[in-house]
Design a protein around this ligand. Structure first.
Ligand code: ADP
Length: 161
């Protein structure tokens, strides 16, 4: 059984993340989409909110699990018996950081391979922080995020305005 981990902040999950997930589920028997608990970042959505938004978006897949982790990613992957890490590459600007992470993870565990997937080009400029910023300013993000996320962003905006 080929298991892959797709780690990220997913604050919130966007159509770009879902594009990568859609490609990954075709390559692996199981994909675990996992929220990195990063105490140094102040997220817009709590871990529980992010998790339930992801769950609402991945119900159609039978081979996707949602989880969260802290600590070393390769250690987490080992506990899940995963042999691959999935990451999305949008532009050359992603490459340097991603290469560094992939090589460092390989140093830490040579049995775990990082697999890079490219999204549809319409998502290459999309990231969660742009979505948060546009939504905060009242812009239309309906083309960038799935419906449950759109509704959650609208609720957040109402609460803070
Ligand atoms: P971001 O804030 O950049 O969306 P995440 O930590 O949530 O960051 O991203 C997790 C993974 O998903 C990373 O590998 C990132 O490159 C990838 N990713 C994020 N947005 C996209 C996108 N629009 N297209 C392809 N991959 C993406």
């Amino acid at each position: 059984m080929k298991i892959a981990i797709y780690p990220g902040s997913f604050d919130p999950i966007t159509n770009g993340h879902l594009d990568i997930l859609e490609r990954a589920v075709k390559l692996f028997d199981k994909v675990i989409i996992t929220i990195a608990k990063n105490p140094s970042k102040a997220p817009m959505f709590t871990e529980e909110e992010r998790r339930s938004l992801i769950e609402a978006c991945v119900r159609k897949y039978t081979n996707v699990e949602v989880d969260s982790f802290d600590g070393l990613l390769v250690e987490y992957a080992r506990t899940k018996r995963a042999t691959s890490l999935v990451r999305g590459l949008r532009a050359i600007s992603d490459f340097e950081y991603e290469l560094q992470m992939a090589l460092m993870n390989r140093k830490l565990d040579g049995n775990i391979e990082t697999v890079f997937l490219m999204p549809n080009e319409k998502y290459t400029y999309l990231n969660s922080s742009i979505v948060r910023e546009i939504a905060r300013l009242g812009g239309d993000v309906s083309g960038f995020v799935p419906k449950p996320v759109l509704q959650a962003l609208q609720r957040k905006r109402k609460r803070t305005s």
